[in-house]
Design a protein around this ligand. Structure first.
Ligand code: FNR
Length: 370
């Protein structure tokens, strides 16, 4: 293959380079993978209404997220076990995010600890939390993340059980024996046993707290002063409860289509969540973002920023830190170009009128007459 010119191209390279078990874990979605395809397809049904003859010689993509200034509204979602992709794993991702001036979210199930990632140098980082049955484990981990300088918790709320990822079942997926879930190593929860189905599904069934509920969002606020983003909201109803429960932000996410299949694409769910949040907390989106145009569409529908998942692990597998840097750079340049060609010079100039969706009332056609 010649020069890489877009984010999606890294997937084929990763597929060539990685062991099948690892690639399948990164790539797959739940069951029929309908939502996996829909996360992409839905973006393609949203079109632009660009404005012309606006001086776009200067484009400002900077924004402030929970009080932290970043270079662009493109951030890194938590993806587990990055050392399966590349020996430098989460270190490489942390350095690439920091170099790009954006935020990295570290997974609970990282193969590097919060302290190790903090030691890679400066950078604004969030910590993604899975709530274990043993709340002492949770409290300890949250304290460690806070001490290591993490700035927010992304509380994943869509995983009381693991979604049915059939590739992982067929492959008997498990964490390779030379790696551990580093944050849990000292707690004797860092290893994943091989199971006669998905080893990760068994791990989740054994350790993750299925009783997790809104009262635990309140409980979390009693054990940390970090702001809490609720990750995995897809409805207006839950957006309202998240705000009432003290969430500092909402991430519209379907876990990269890896949990419940046949939920809508996140870009389809975004607007109802934004409306329900009534501007009281910022709303973010992840799922299927692969182009600068996707970033723009999410912002036009009211998102304050987006996160990318698979592009990070695929580029990491292909080229390590340089790959992740390139992904962030390509998305940055595409997003900047989209802003210029739509006539938007800053994020605040991106409006709902810059796009048209298939749920908008037709505005161009006169009403049909009988
Ligand atoms: C994930 N995701 C995820 N989410 C989370 O809260 N904790 C985690 O440990 C992981 N791990 C993980 C691993 C892999 C391989 C993937 C693909 C995804 C979900 C992730 O944060 C995010 O929601 C999606 O990846 C976004 O969709 P895209 O960008 O992958 O399409």
């Amino acid at each position: 293959m010649g020069e890489i010119t877009n984010v999606t191209e890294y997937q084929a390279i990763a597929k060539q380079k990685l062991p099948k078990m690892v690639y399948d874990y990164y790539a797959s979605g739940a069951e029929d993978e309908w939502t996996l395809a829909e996360n992409r397809n839905a973006f393609s049904r949203i079109l632009f209404r660009p404005r012309i003859l606006i001086d776009v010689s200067r484009i400002d993509m900077t924004t402030t997220i929970l009080g932290f200034k970043i270079s662009m509204p493109i951030m890194i979602a938590p993806t587990a076990m990055q050392k399966m992709a590349h020996p430098e794993g989460e270190y490489a991702t942390a350095r690439a995010a920091s170099a790009a001036g954006t935020i990295m979210t570290l997974s609970s199930w990282a193969t590097s600890s919060v302290e190790e990632v903090a030691s890679t140098g400066p950078g604004i980082r969030f910590f993604q939390l899975y709530v274990y049955r043993d709340r002492n484990v949770v409290a300890q981990l949250v304290r460690r993340a806070e001490r290591a300088g993490f700035k927010a918790i992304a509380l994943t709320v869509d995983t009381p059980r693991l979604g049915r990822r059939e590739a992982d079942i067929k492959n008997r997926f498990t964490l390779p024996p030379f790696l551990t879930l580093k944050n849990f190593e000292g707690l004797d929860l860092g290893k994943m046993d091989k199971a006669d189905d998905s080893g990760l599904a068994s791990y989740v069934a054994g350790q993750i707290d299925r009783t997790l509920s809104w009262k635990d969002v309140k409980w979390l606020q009693t054990i940390t002063s970090m702001p809490i983003l609720v990750k995995g909201v897809l409805t207006a109803e839950d957006a309202r409860i998240a705000v009432q429960s003290g969430a500092a932000g909402i991430i519209v996410s379907n876990h990269g289509a890896r949990q419940l299949d046949y939920v809508p694409a996140t870009i389809m769910a975004l607007e109802e969540v934004v409306k329900a949040a009534q501007g009281r907390v910022p709303v973010f989106l992840d799922g299927g973002v692969r182009r600068g145009t996707d970033v723009f569409k999410a912002l036009a529908l009211g998102a304050s920023g987006i996160f990318i998942g698979r592009p990070v692990v695929f580029s990491l597998a292909a080229e390590g830190e340089a790959g992740v840097r390139k992904v962030l750079q390509m998305l940055r340049e595409e997003f900047e170009l989209t802003m210029a060609l739509s006539g938007c010079r800053s994020l605040s100039e991106i409006t709902r009128n810059h796009i048209v969706t298939d749920w908008d009332v037709p505005r161009l056609l006169p009403p049909a007459r009988l």
